[in-house]
Design a protein around this ligand. Structure first.
Ligand SMILES: [Zn+2]
Length: 75
């Protein structure tokens, strides 16, 4: 699992000179801040990444006692 999600497609926000946003959900990068759960719930990128996270979780040996800070966001 990646600590930060910054490889989503970005586009420039016309009204702001140095501001960018996610191409899919149009949320500014300053709001997303590298966190998957800050994308819109129906964001294409978020959906894609969530699939990989679930896949990785299946492949890895599961640690029951590990406190996942964002586990409540998954479902
Ligand atoms: Zn997005």
């Amino acid at each position: 699992m990646k600590p930060f999600y910054i490889d989503y497609p970005q586009e420039k926000i016309e009204e702001h000179q140095h501001a960018y946003r996610c191409m899919y959900c149009k949320i500014p990068t300053t709001v997303i801040f590298g966190l998957l759960e800050n994308h819109a719930e129906d964001c294409t990128y978020r959906k894609q990444q969530s699939k990989w996270v679930q896949l990785e979780a299946k492949l890895k040996p599961h640690n029951e006692h590990f406190d996942e800070p964002h586990a409540d966001e998954v479902d």
